[in-house]
Design a protein around this ligand. Structure first.
Ligand SMILES: NC(=O)C1=CN([C@@H]2O[C@H](COP(=O)(O)OP(=O)(O)OC[C@H]3O[C@@H](n4cnc5c(N)ncnc54)[C@H](O)[C@@H]3O)[C@@H](O)[C@H]2O)C=CC1
Ligand SMILES: O=C(O)[C@@H]1CCC=N1
Length: 279
């Protein structure tokens, strides 16, 4: 991939169709990198979401798609899979010249290309830690996207965290199951660890602090270490000790197998979304 020496403040105007959670995470990243709010155009039909964009970012969002979108060199599609087709019908005439980036789960680039009348299209699967610059985004580019287009999208999404390009679109369903939905798995474990801490006599705040710091520390150790997670786990697990008691119970209860099965459900749901809402 080519890299660009241009600074983020020279990014071309970017439009967002849908101004909810995911759009806000990306917009926050762009503003942190010095992009002026006046170069960000947002279409957002819901008043409460428009008010949040104004309050958080000083952006006056449009209520519907219109000629103002023609300024955008890149259009980011951040609507729900269920509403993508209708939103595309309203905006397509104003955005045909642009490069497109979809963050919608499941919806294939074949469907999007048919709706938009252009195949200059990258599909991405980000995650909500993008809100704090710690996101993980999987990306797939159609062959119609050139190196400059990929570089532009890498600069936009790179402002929210790490990037991983995949060479087959189908692999984005696996990305969705791991890192797209993954923050919710982390939060579920945090909820359980906090509940357990309270049961054992700590305050909810104390248990929350211990659990969050343990996820942060464990993830950082795994990221920096040359050892596999399996080896790192074994180092915590003293023979006949406390960790052994907990891990043995999880293994007897087939927690890893159930966890893997749950992730396959997420992958299957991504495939269903494409079938349900991609026509
Ligand atoms: N929340 C997450 O963790 C992730 C979400 N995604 C994907 O991002 C997309 C957006 O998700 P969120 O931001 O969480 O949803 P959201 O509900 O926060 O945002 C979607 C926004 O689109 C607006 N909208 C509805 N109809 C519209 C239309 N016709 N034109 C323009 N805007 C319209 C809604 O008012 C809403 O504010 C989804 O397709 C989802 O699959 C991808 C990765 C992670
Ligand atoms: O749950 C969803 O469908 C979206 C995609 C990944 C995270 N949220």
């Amino acid at each position: 991939m080519t890299t660009s020496s241009t600074s983020p403040s020279t990014l071309p105007p970017v439009a967002f169709i849908g101004g909810g959670n995911m759009a806000s995470a990306i917009i926050g990243g762009l503003l942190r990198q010095g992009m002026p709010a006046s170069d960000i155009i947002v279409v957002e039909p819901y008043e409460a979401a428009r008010e949040a964009l104004q309050a958080n970012f000083g952006i006056a969002a449009l209520t519907e798609a219109g000629p103002a979108l023609q300024r955008a060199a890149l259009v980011v599609w951040a609507v729900k899979p269920q509403t993508f087709k209708d939103a595309a019908a309203a905006a397509a005439a104003h955005t045909r010249h642009a490069l497109h980036l979809s963050v919608a789960a499941g919806i294939t680039t074949d469907s999007i290309a048919a709706w938009l009348g252009t195949a200059r299209l990258v599909r991405a699967m980000p995650n909500t830690p993008a809100l704090v610059g710690k996101g993980m985004t999987g990306l797939y580019a159609r062959p119609e996207v050139d190196a400059d287009g990929k570089a532009l999208i890498a600069r936009v999404m790179g402002s929210t965290g790490q990037l991983l390009w995949v060479d087959q679109e189908q692999k984005l369903d696996a990305v969705t199951a791991i890192s797209g939905s993954g923050p919710a798995y982390v939060f579920l474990f945090l909820e359980a660890m906090t509940r357990a801490g309270v049961d054992m006599g700590l305050t909810a705040e104390q248990a929350h602090q211990l659990a969050v710091a343990t996820f942060q520390g464990g993830a950082e150790l795994a990221a920096r270490s040359d050892e596999s997670p399996e080896v790192l786990r074994q180092r915590v697990t003293s023979k006949g000790g406390t960790t052994h008691a907990a891990i043995t119970h999880m293994q007897e209860q087939q927690v890893p197998e159930h966890f893997i099965a749950a992730m396959r459900k997420a992958e299957a749901r991504a495939q269903e979304l494409a079938a349900e809402f991609g026509r």
